[in-house]
Design a protein around this ligand. Structure first.
Ligand SMILES: Cc1cc2nc3c(=O)[nH]c(=O)nc-3n(C[C@H](O)[C@H](O)[C@H](O)COP(=O)(O)O)c2cc1C
Ligand code: SF4
Length: 609
């Protein structure tokens, strides 16, 4: 592309639209990507000049986030989900078909620039797959016929606005509602109650409810808020910048494969989420909040903005909320750009500061030093939705549900081999067996609870309960029946982690790739018993030595299946003695060409190694 003044002006327009703020760098790059179908080098130079930051900082962002690209992508950029449940629904075959019809390979852009294809991690539509994205917008329930129509629309260069609405249609798909979904709050009711009773009283209700974070780790919400509100004045003797400034962030990154419960809360209960954030702001004394929305949920953005506008009109957001002097709070939406690690709260904050999503060294935790170094509460979407319900109906109401250590309910996203995939809400303590019965699963071989980073459960354990004291989960519940090959699942998950590792620490960066290679080798039938020993110690090392939760859980699929399904591995161990995982002689071909040698001495004999 030749760079003209008009293009330069477009870049400046985008930078100005975002207030020329460094923290908006990711948002600026998203807009540039949308405009140019890539982030051209000239744009990076222009942005770095305007924001007065090094060009390398701009470039490293483009290289880090998978929805941004230095390479020119097609006018229509189509990605199909690489998640295991989409595989089971035939996504690979559909990609082959699509690729043949369009005449372009996955990972490439067609010569005329019209279309490019690729795979992406889970799109959050596992209950309505096979799924994908076109220019960042959801494509649901793909079939051969739908692919035919898409190809026709692409070839006719039909703008996305004119594509049939049903191609993008995503349903909430609520199969069993529970405590929260059956008791939605009336707009503003919880906030009015909070203003009437005072935020100290509301805080006590949250404390009484025993609410624990729904993002997976299960940290007690009231503790987090208390730390943020009362936080220390210094950390290790160093003063915390802007002591009186605090932030509230709603984590809507929802990147764990198989999790889509936040999608329906954002789609149909956005008021309740924003209301929970506003109550949190009242408790901790924050003036600014953010909803960090995963890039793949772009389609939800306009309606979320509309809900925010509605709340401003109703004086539920903005200045002097509900007429209370000094109660000012605003919420901004910040879009992610395709990095699973950004769901980790400190990586998310880095991302919001216009940096790569690399998890911070903790402590200090975000409640002490978070966004821009100020005390920050980060909570999951479902946690904020629960906060509103507790503020309205009371902590005791909530605490009568669930178990001793896990109060209330959990919203579960069910996908995989079952009659009725979708959203299920249960009081904590529900067993795996009950969920399997409800969703119409038969001949179940295994259930993956909590996504690839969670636990795999075999038939012997279906009596186990979903609860922080037994099976903790952020919400993913993937069902695999006896037609599935356990090693296909492990392979998919280990590839996912190797792809999503942020690269900051060696045990995870190198370890996840080595683990992926080991699993490939086993799946391809080249492994011996000794490989399993090596793979187990590698997996344990990654778990023990990695810096953040991603690396610490990346080996769970291997370790879990080795312990629950050892025969799946043993059956694949064809070779008796060690077999190399790659062809050493072939890998020296480049060196031979460079030295212009091809005699016998320039070759290695691998047999018998
Ligand atoms: C790799 C990784 C990904 C994560 N992804 C999410 C996510 O998508 N949504 C989320 O709420 N929490 C996610 N978390 C957990 C967050 O770090 C954090 O604990 C959570 O947002 C806190 O909210 P809660 O207390 O309401 O659960 C992730 C953690 C890790 C290590
Ligand atoms: S464990 Fe992995 S994702 Fe986490 S910081 Fe290290 S390299 Fe990054």
């Amino acid at each position: 592309m030749t760079w003209s003044e008009t293009e330069q002006e477009k870049i400046l327009g985008i930078v100005y639209k975002h207030g020329s703020r460094q923290t908006q760098l990711l948002q600026i790059l998203r807009d540039v990507q949308e405009e140019f179908h890539c982030v051209p080098t000239e744009a990076m130079v222009g942005i770095s000049n305007e924001l007065k930051i090094p060009r390398t900082q701009v470039q490293e962002l483009v290289e880090f986030y998978s929805l941004l690209s230095v390479e020119q992508q097609g006018h229509f950029h189509i990605l199909l989900s690489d998640s295991i449940t989409d595989h089971m629904l035939g996504s690979r075959r559909l990609m082959e078909y699509l690729s043949a019809k369009l005449g372009v390979e996955p990972g490439e852009t067609r010569a005329d620039g019209r279309v490019s294809l690729g795979f992406t991690s889970c799109t959050g539509l596992c209950d309505q797959g096979p799924a994908g994205l076109v220019n960042g917008h959801w494509l649901s329930r793909l079939t051969g016929d739908r692919i035919d129509s898409i190809v026709e629309l692409v070839e006719r260069n039909m703008p996305l606005e004119n594509w049939p609405e049903e191609f993008f249609k995503v349903e909430d798909n609520i199969q069993i509602p529970g405590l929260l979904l059956e008791n939605p709050i009336e707009v503003g009711a919880a906030l009015r109650q909070a203003v009437r009773n005072g935020f100290d009283e509301i805080f006590e209700e949250i404390n009484r409810s025993g609410l624990r974070g729904r993002g997976g780790a299960g940290f007690e919400t009231s503790w987090k808020w208390r730390y943020c509100a009362e936080g220390p004045e210094d950390y290790n003797g160093l003063p915390i910048a802007g002591l009186h400034e605090r932030y509230v962030i709603c984590n809507a990154d929802e990147g764990e494969p198989g999790t889509f419960k936040d999608r329906i809360l954002l789609n149909s209960h956005a008021h309740q989420i924003f209301e929970g954030m506003t109550i949190c702001a009242g408790v901790v004394g924050a003036k600014q909040g953010f909803l960090y929305l995963r890039g793949e949920y772009l389609r939800l953005r306009p309606q979320l903005e509309a809900v925010l506008a509605d709340r401003r009109r109703k004086n539920l957001l903005g200045e002097s909320i509900l007429g209370r002097q000094g109660f000012d709070f605003e919420i901004e939406i910040y879009m992610g750009a395709g990095a699973y690690v950004c769901g980790e709260e400190s990586a998310l904050i880095e991302s919001m500061e216009g940096k790569r999503g690399v998890p911070r060294i903790r402590p200090p935790y975000p409640v002490v030093s978070g966004y821009l170094g100020k005390p920050t509460v980060v909570n999951n979407v479902e946690t904020f939705a629960a906060v509103s319900a507790i503020a309205l109906y009371g902590g005791a109401w909530f605490a009568t549900h669930g178990t001793e250590k896990s109060k209330g309910s959990k919203i579960i996203s069910v996908s995989g081999n079952c009659e009725r995939p979708g959203i299920y809400e249960y009081d904590f303590g529900v067993t795996v067996a009950e969920i399997l019965l409800d969703c119409g699963a038969e001949n179940t071989l295994a259930v993956q609870v909590g996504g690839p980073s969670g636990s795999i459960i075999s038939g012997r354990e279906y009596h186990r309960q979903l609860a922080f004291e037994d099976l903790a989960t952020g919400g993913s519940f993937m069902v695999f029946d006896k037609s599935c090959d356990i090693l296909d699942i492990v392979r998919n998950f280990t590839h996912f982690f190797a792809h999503e590792s942020c690269g900051f620490c060696t045990p995870c960066r190198v370890g996840t790739t080595l683990l992926k290679n080991e699993v490939d080798k086993i799946c391809d039938g080249h492994s011996a018993a000794l490989d399993l020993v090596g793979m187990t110690s590698l997996a344990r090392f990654i778990k023990a030595a990695s810096h953040c939760g991603l690396g610490q859980s990346a080996a769970n699929p291997v370790l879990g299946t080795l312990s629950h399904f050892p025969d799946a591995y043993k059956d694949r161990l064809k070779a008796v003695s060690f077999e190399p995982g790659f062809d050493l002689d072939e890998s020296l071909e480049t060196a031979r060409r460079m030295s212009m040698r091809d005699d016998a001495m320039a070759h290695l004999e691998q047999e018998g190694i």
